[in-house]
Design a protein around this ligand. Structure first.
Ligand code: ADP
Ligand code: ASP
Ligand code: MG
Length: 406
């Protein structure tokens, strides 16, 4: 008898009908002999609705209260799913993050899981219960409710799978696996049977929302057997593989990722002397704002321009800080643009191939798409473009790298 952790995302529990369907599916697995732990998200749209309510009162509302508010979405779903399971004769018990003893740090809105005490859950599982856990939430040492960042239910599921030494963690969503690009943008994107852990980590970090980046990190650390599947139809889904040679399809590029959640800031005319990068970026980091891509150019007049990207939600705060730093440094000024997209090509096969950048830039040029920033690593190339060209760029790149062909 294996412990199986299954996670159902927002659309998969988006209505009473869907919740009933999930209950049936989980009950079947339970009856087949597995011990079932189910992690659920809030019903689709609910987290955004709750965030909207807070925003109506105060866009800068207390982070602690914000977490108390948004965590209620998942609490609704755990209760409804347990009721649906009871109705069909199953023993089931709901757990909030705190009740599941998911201990996090205190970073409200982006908390990290520190530890999970599985003793209560193990007892209930061994008593024959199906365990239903609220995703996306935990509590800190003081008992405050925390949340794990958007998409955080994936991380709850993988962390629970690690803590319970589960045989498999299944992420059920509204697509039937991980594709070569977002199938909602590229109709001929292909589902991958397997993807290497490394590639999945890269795609998630580049904005592919099908798995939250933290969940992939967790999976790698504890070698959690992880699969992405559809809750709407049967199928094998996509297996995240830890084998070094799992890149079965020997493709140079395994996927195209896009991300429209970032914004770009530029500080111009900065006197060019040692320490300015530290002064500029240090001020932003001190506010816990993550900086992603950075470029610096030195002009002929011995001043330098500095451009970097930050999460769009932190754009205004970052701009205010940068304006202060600009005055301190005697720089020329600050420019901001939050209508950008980051589009990336990714694949471990890039390591041993040349010409990927050339193909990428050529495909974008052919569509008349201007590249604003570039960053590369061993297994990816990312560009920042105007966000109105996101879909065009993703489709053009998918075609240029022939990802529609098996
Ligand atoms: P859930 O609510 O189940 O957590 P998400 O919306 O977070 O679902 O993630 C699933 C979505 O991820 C899909 O509907 C799809 O549009 C998007 N997506 C983006 N890139 C990919 C990709 N390469 N493969 C599969 N899905 C992708
Ligand atoms: N409900 C949360 C969100 O919408 C967490 C999740 O669905 O994973 O981000
Ligand atoms: Mg998600």
């Amino acid at each position: 008898m294996a412990i199986i952790v299954e996670k159902y995302g927002g659309t998969s529990v988006g209505s009473i009908e869907r919740i009933t369907a999930v209950a049936d599916k989980v009950a079947r697995s339970h009856e087949a002999g597995d011990q079932m732990v189910v992690v659920v998200s809030a019903m689709s749209g609910e987290t955004n609705r709750l965030l909207g309510l807070a925003n109506e009162i105060d866009p800068e509302a207390s982070a602690r209260e914000n977490d108390v508010l948004v965590s209620t979405g998942e609490q609704v779903t755990i209760a409804l799913l347990c009721m649906a399971l009871h109705k069909i004769g199953q023993k089931a018990k709901s757990y909030t993050g705190g009740q599941a003893m998911i201990l996090t740090d205190t970073a409200h809105g982006r908390a990290r899981i520190r530890s999970i005490d599985n003793s209560r859950m193990m007892k209930d599982l061994n008593d024959g219960n199906i365990i239903v856990v609220a995703g996306f939430q935990g509590t800190d040492e003081e008992g405050n409710i925390t949340t794990l960042g958007r998409g955080g239910s994936d991380t709850t599921a993988v962390a629970l799978a690690a803590a319970l030494k589960a045989g498999e963690c299944r992420i059920y969503t509204d697509v039937d696996g991980v594709y070569t690009a977002d199938p909602r943008i590229v109709p001929d994107a292909r589902r991958l049977d397997k993807i290497t852990f490394e590639e999945m980590l890269e795609l998630s970090s580049l904005g592919t929302k099908v798995l939250q980046i933290r969940s992939v990190e967790f999976a790698g650390k504890y070698r959690v057997p992880l699969r992405v599947l559809s809750s709407f139809e049967e199928g094998p889904g996509t297996l995240i593989s830890y084998e070094e040679d799992a890149q079965m399809e020997s493709a140079v590029i395994s996927g195209i990722a896009h991300n429209t959640d970032e914004a770009k800031l530029t500080i111009t005319g900065v006197p060019d002397h040692p320490g300015v990068a530290h002064q500029i970026l240090g001020g932003i980091s001190a506010q816990n704002i993550n900086i992603d891509m950075i470029i610096q150019n030195v002009g002929e007049d011995d001043t330098t321009d500095f451009t970097f990207t930050v999460p769009r939600t932190d754009f205004e705060a970052a701009r205010r800080t940068l304006e202060r730093v600009s005055n301190e440094l005697g720089a020329r000024g600050v420019r901001g643009d939050d209508a950008i997209a980051k589009v990336s090509v990714c694949g471990v096969g890039m390591r041993s191939h040349t010409g990927v950048a050339d193909t990428m830039f050529g495909a974008l040029a052919e569509e008349g798409i201007n590249i604003q920033m570039i960053s590369t690593s061993e297994i990816k190339i990312s560009v920042v473009i105007d966000d109105k060209y996101t879909e065009l760029a993703v489709r053009a790149l998918h075609k240029a790298f022939e990802l529609d062909k098996a």
